[in-house]
Design a protein around this ligand. Sequence first.
Ligand code: PEP
Ligand code: MG
Length: 321
Amino acid sequence: YLETRESLAVSINELAKLPSVTTDGTAITLLGNIESPEEVAQVRLCGGEGVGLYRTEFLYLMSEKAPTEEEHFEAYKHAVELSKGRVLTIRTMDLGADKYTQEQSENPERNPFLGLRSIRYCLQNLPMFKAQLRAILRASALGPIKIMFPLVTNTSELRQGKYLLNDVMEDLEDEGIAFDRKIEVGMMVEVPAAALMAATFAREAGFFSIGTNDLVQYTLAVDRTNERVANLYNPFHPAVLQLIRNVGRAARRYNVPVSCCGESAGDPEFALLLIGLGLRTLSATASSLPPLKRLVRKVSVQQCERIAQKAIALDSDVAVA
Ligand code: PEP
Ligand code: MG
């Protein structure tokens, strides 16, 4: 057992150094999803080229009260230092729904997944939101950081987020505090409305990251946490694939970088489809990166495109792969 563990470790180590390129020479960027700064090291070890999704709400969920600006900053500083110049995509707090705070659970919503969650919650709790934005900006002076808003559904939400960020930038400037003025600001595409309107969002978003965990649940009307309907939760559903294709096309047309950071990006079979639908950047849990890279190095983009074309044309979600 020890032996197999060791040889596995060696092969993962060696794999980590090999380029993530398809047989036709197309580079596929593999990034990691993290929930705490320490995981940056794990991502690196598994061959990730950076962090595509840092779920910052765990900072909140672990302490049961809103983190102070300093607590945010310490976490981001730690993460950016461990990143050593590689990209670190910080998602602003995605609270609510499956990630309820103490305060939210004292005042439960009837339909939390359709309720005051994520960017909506942040836009109604501005002091909390601004403290986070300040901390992210301060950390951006220490290394490359991208900022990403979750659950954006209306253009006004993206605009408000960017407006607030600008506000905070002005404050920092007045105070003489350093930050990256050119920080990239992108959005998650995880509701069908955003996927359908990708071409509109593309004019205002610095990048897209498709969140299939939520996109699947909202497209198929299946609660991602409800075991009773788990059999209906299927990322391979042609409706989901069509939405992803639409986002990919808009991103190409408007030259907006696009990635997928839902857990299914770490599923090799689904990754094939994503590549076939035009994506060149995938972000997943560190442990899923080595098998993902192994797959990438075995296929051509053309093969992926053929599989994706077949899958998207099916009249149901069965027998896709
Ligand atoms: C997603 O919805 O796909 C996603 C990456 O975000 P989370 O799983 O944190 O909701
Ligand atoms: Mg999500």
